[in-house]
Design a binder for this molecule. Structure first.
Ligand code: ADP
Length: 139
């Protein structure tokens, strides 16, 4: 069985600190197949669109500024129970609260600059994946 899909991005600070390899190694070791991956950079406007659900939150401006501050690595991942299992693998939003063995515990530096994104539902995973990847880029 192919399993279900989730969407993730390695955020600018983790890319800048050269953690693409470390993070993708943790993802593959946890049993996820990388079905799409690229390195790109968002404009502040594109980051604003991606995070539109957070428009009313106080950190929205800071988040859009940070997410467009440097290259990111978006990926589509596949595994059984992908959305929930990936949320477990990344850990809590705030690295101070993230469990040992999680990506954010190892690589995040703050609640805002928390190394990786992880979709929170199957529906959002599909929407977020199509924000970055066409059908021809998913294998
Ligand atoms: P998660 O990414 O764990 O699903 P949220 O959906 O609540 O968390 O928030 C989206 C992103 O916004 C977080 O990953 C983080 O980068 C940023 N963020 C959340 N809360 C804060 C905050 N209090 N201050 C700054 N940035 C925040």
């Amino acid at each position: 069985m192919a399993g279900s899909r989730t969407f993730t991005m390695i955020k600018p600070k983790a890319v800048k600190n050269q953690h693409i390899g470390g993070i993708t190694a943790m993802i593959e070791a946890a049993g996820f197949k990388i079905v799409a991956m690229k390195k790109t950079q968002l404009s502040a406007e594109q980051a604003g669109l991606f995070y539109e659900v957070h428009k009313e939150r106080p950190f929205y401006g800071e988040l859009c500024e940070f997410m467009s501050s440097g290259p990111i690595v978006p990926m589509i991942l596949e595994k059984e129970n992908a959305v929930a299992d990936f949320r477990k693998l990344i850990g809590a939003t705030d690295p101070a609260e993230a469990e040992e063995g999680t990506i954010r515990k190892k690589y995040a530096t703050s609640k805002g600059e928390n190394a990786v994104h992880g979709s929170d539902s199957d529906e959002n995973a599909t929407l977020e994946a199509s924000f970055f990847f066409s059908a021809l880029e998913q294998y």
